[in-house]
Design a protein around this ligand. Structure first.
Ligand code: BGC
Length: 611
C-alpha cells in the first residue's frame, strides 16, 4: 500500500463512466414484455437514488422477466439536460447528450430468466433532477406487465454465494437486489454522553496500544515513545477476534480501563478499517484476504464490517471516542490505477470499493461515539490537478451517497503510512529559483503541493467548496515523516539550479517521492496532538512506527501479503518512481510485522528529536 505516483500523467482517462444523471425521490419502475425473433424480452427497471444539491448516487436494478439474456444494453434518457453520469459501476457507461447507455460486462452479461442485475452510478445535475422513465433493454421498452410478481429485496445481503451465482456479488440467479443504503435506517438517536464533538482529538487522551508499547519497550531507548498513541489495524477478519493477538473487544476493554485510570479527560482510540476486497489493488505488499471475484464484497459486509459495528456499539464503550480510519488507498486507487492494474479496474467496474466504503460508513456512523475519517492518500499521489479534482468528486459522491449524506464522515486523513513531510520548511510551491518555479524541478514534477499540510488544507477547502460542511477536519499521519538526523538540511540551499536547490533544501530525503516502502533515513515525526494548524484536527500516528511496510524479499505467509519489489532495496524502480532505486531498508519482514532495525533508525532520525 501507500503507493505514490506521478499523477500528472494519469487521471481522468482512467475513469470508465462518463455521463450522468437524474435524480428523483423514491424509485421509478417500468415493466415491459416484448418478443423478438429469438427471445421474449421482458424487464423491470428500478431506479433508486439518494440526491443532494447538484449530485446523486443511483442504484438500478434490472429484473429479467423474460427469456434468459446473454448480453444486455440498458438505455434511458435524462429528462433534464444538466443531468450527468460521472462515475458508474458494474456496466460500461456512456452518455451522449441526455441519452445514457449501460452495457453489460463479461461477468454480468448472462441473466437467467427471473434473474436480476444491480448497476449504479454517481452523477451530477443542475437545474432539476427528474427520474428517467423510458428504460429499454436491448431496445425493448420496459413498460409492459411483469411475467412474475416483483420480488421484495432481501434486507440483508446473502452471506455466501450459491454455487450458481456468477463471480460478482451483484449478479444473482434469483431476483434479488443488492442492499443499498436503506433510507429507513434512522440516524443515531442517543448521542454519546457529553454529545458528539466536532474534533474527537480535542481535549482527549490517546489510547496506548499495549502490544505496540511492548514492542517499543523491547528496543533500547524505546521507552521514550512507548506511551504514544498509535492506531489499531483490523487488517483481516481474524484480527477482529485477535488471532493470537488482542482483538477489537480486548482493545476497547483496555481503552475503557485507560480512560478510567486517566481521570476526567475522554479517551480517543483509533481503529483502521482495512479489508476491502481486492485491497491494495495497485501494489502487492498489503494485498488482503478478500477478492471481489470470490464474493468478497458480501464477505466484507457480513463477516467484517457487521461484527466490527456490533462490537463498537456495545454500550460499555459509549464513553470512548472511537475514530475509524477508513480504507487506506482505496478510493485514490480508483482515481489513478484503474487503467494500469486489473484488480483496480475490477474494483471500479464492480463498484466494490465505493459500495464497501458506503456500507462501512452507514454501519459505523450509526454508532453515536464513532467518528469517521476517510483516507485521502497524500500529496505525491493526488496533488496534481488532474488527480485532485476527480478525487474531490469521488470523495463527495461516495459519501453524499450514504444514508447520512455529507454528514457520513468527520473528515479525511492524509499521509497514512507514507513518508511525505508535514511541512517543507525551506521552500513552498511558490518559491522560484533564478526565475524558475520549483514546480519544474524533477522532485516536485509539476505537482501543486510540496508537503502534506498544504495539501490537506487545500483538499479540505475543495471538499467544502464541493458541498461538505466546514466542520470537517483533516488528520495527518506523522508517525514516520520527521526526517531529522544528520542528513536534514538546516536552511535553504544557495544553489541557482532549480533541481539542485530543491534537492539540497528538502527535508524529505527520499530518492523519489514515489517511494513508499520502509524508507531508509526516515525518522519519527511530530508527536500526536490536536489542532496543530487551521483545518487540521490532529497529527496522528496511524502507522505504528516499527511495523514493516512490506517484505524486502519473498516470504511465505498466511496473511495474503505478496512481495512488492518497491520494498526490495536492489530493485531499479519503474515508471511510478521514475526508475529510481526504491530506498527501502534491507531485511524487512512482511507488512505489519515488527522491524527492529527500522524502529531504531526512526528513533535516531526523529524530528522533533527525542530527548
Ligand atoms: C499492513 C497491515 C498492518 C498495518 C500496520 C499495513 O501495511 O498491511 O497488516 O497491520 O500496515 O502496520
Amino acid at each position: 500500500m501507500r503507493l505514490s505516483l506521478s499523477g500528472a500523467k494519469r487521471s481522468l482517462a482512467s475513469r470508465i463512466a462518463i455521463a450522468a444523471a437524474g435524480l428523483a425521490l423514491g424509485s421509478t419502475m417500468a415493466v415491459a414484455t416484448a418478443t423478438t425473433a429469438n427471445a421474449a424480452i421482458a424487464c423491470k427497471v428500478t431506479y433508486e437514488q439518494n440526491q443532494w444539491p447538484g449530485g446523486m448516487s443511483v442504484n438500478l436494478t434490472i429484473q429479467n422477466l423474460g427469456d434468459a439474456l446473454n448480453g444486455w444494453t440498458l438505455t434511458f434518457t435524462f429528462p433534464d439536460s444538466g443531468q450527468r453520469v460521472d462515475y458508474g459501476w458494474s456496466a460500461n457507461w456512456s452518455q451522449q447528450g441526455q441519452s445514457v447507455t449501460a452495457t453489460s460486462l463479461d461477468w454480468n452479461r448472462s441473466v437467467p430468466s427471473g434473474g436480476s442485475v444491480n448497476i449504479g452510478f454517481n452523477g451530477s445535475w443542475s437545474g432539476s433532477n427528474p427520474t428517467p422513465t423510458d428504460f429499454k433493454i436491448n431496445g425493448v421498452a420496459c413498460n409492459g406487465t411483469p411475467s412474475s410478481p416483483p420480488v421484495t429485496p432481501p434486507v440483508t445481503p446473502p452471506v455466501s454465494p450459491s454455487p450458481s451465482v456468477s463471480p460478482s456479488p451483484s449478479v444473482s440467479p434469483s431476483p434479488s437486489v443488492s442492499p443499498s443504503p436503506s433510507p429507513s435506517v434512522s440516524p443515531p438517536v442517543s448521542p454519546p454522553p457529553g454529545g458528539r464533538v466536532d474534533n474527537p482529538y480535542e481535549g482527549a487522551d490517546g489510547y496506548v496500544n499495549p502490544e505496540w508499547r511492548a514492542n517499543a519497550l523491547s528496543e533500547p531507548g524505546g521507552s521514550r515513545v512507548a506511551n504514544t498513541s498509535t492506531a489499531v489495524w483490523l487488517d483481516r477478519i481474524a484480527a477482529i477476534e485477535g488471532a493470537g493477538k488482542m482483538g477489537l473487544r480486548e482493545h476497547l476493554n483496555e481503552a475503557v480501563e485507560q480512560d478510567e485510570a486517566n481521570g476526567s479527560k475522554p479517551l480517543t482510540i483509533q481503529v483502521v478499517i482495512y479489508n476491502l476486497p481486492n485491497r491494495d489493488c495497485s501494489a502487492l505488499a498489503s494485498n488482503g484476504e478478500l477478492l471481489i471475484s470470490e464474493n468478497g464484497l458480501n464477505r466484507y459486509k457480513s463477516e467484517y464490517i457487521d461484527p466490527i459495528a456490533e462490537i463498537m456499539s456495545d454500550p460499555k464503550y459509549r464513553n470512548l471516542r472511537i475514530v475509524a480510519i477508513l480504507e487506506p488507498d482505496s478510493l485514490p486507487n480508483l482515481i489513478t490505477n484503474v487503467n494500469s492494474h486489473e484488480k483496480c479496474r475490477e474494483a471500479q467496474q464492480s463498484g466494490a470499493y465505493v459500495q464497501g466504503v458506503q456500507y462501512a460508513i452507514n454501519k459505523l456512523r450509526a454508532i453515536p461515539n464513532v467518528y469517521i475519517y476517510v483516507d485521502a492518500a497524500h500529496h505525491g499521489w493526488l496533488g496534481w490537478d488532474t488527480n485532485f479534482g476527480p478525487a474531490v468528486d469521488l470523495f463527495y459522491s461516495t459519501i453524499a451517497g450514504t444514508q447520512y449524506g455529507v454528514d457520513g464522515v468527520d473528515g479525511f486523513i492524509v499521509n497514512t503510512a507514507n513518508y511525505s513531510a508535514t511541512v517543507e520548511p525551506y521552500f513552498n510551491i511558490n518559491t522560484t529559483v533564478n526565475g524558475v518555479t520549483v514546480r519544474q524541478s524533477k522532485w516536485v514534477d509539476w505537482n501543486q503541493y510540496v508537503d502534506e499540510q498544504s495539501f490537506a488544507q487545500a483538499l479540505r477547502n475543495a471538499l467544502i467548496a464541493k458541498g461538505f460542511r466546514n466542520t470537517i477536519g483533516m488528520l495527518i499521519d506523522t508517525s514516520r515523516n520527521g526526517w531529522g538526523g544528520p542528513d536534514r538540511p538546516t536552511g535553504p540551499s544557495s544553489a541557482t539550479d532549480v533541481n539542485k536547490f530543491v534537492d539540497e533544501s528538502r527535508i524529505d530525503r527520499r530518492i523519489h517521492a514515489g517511494n513508499w516502502c520502509n524508507q531508509a533515513g526516515a525518522g519519527l515525526g511530530e508527536r500526536p496532538r490536536a489542532n496543530p494548524a487551521p483545518g487540521i484536527d490532529a497529527y496522528v500516528w496511524v502507522k505504528p512506527p516499527g511495523e514493516s511496510d512490506g517484505a524486502s524479499e519473498e516470504i511465505p505467509n498466511d496473511e495474503g501479503k505478496s512481495f512488492d519489489r518497491m520494498c526490495d532495496p536492489t530493485y531499479e524502480g519503474n515508471s511510478l518512481n521514475g526508475y529510481n532505486k526504491t530506498g527501502a531498508l534491507p531485511n524487512a519482514p512482511i507488512s505489519g510485522h515488527w522491524f527492529s532495525a527500522q524502529f531504531q533508525e526512526l528513533m535516531r532520525n526523529a524530528y522533533p528529536p527525542l530527548d
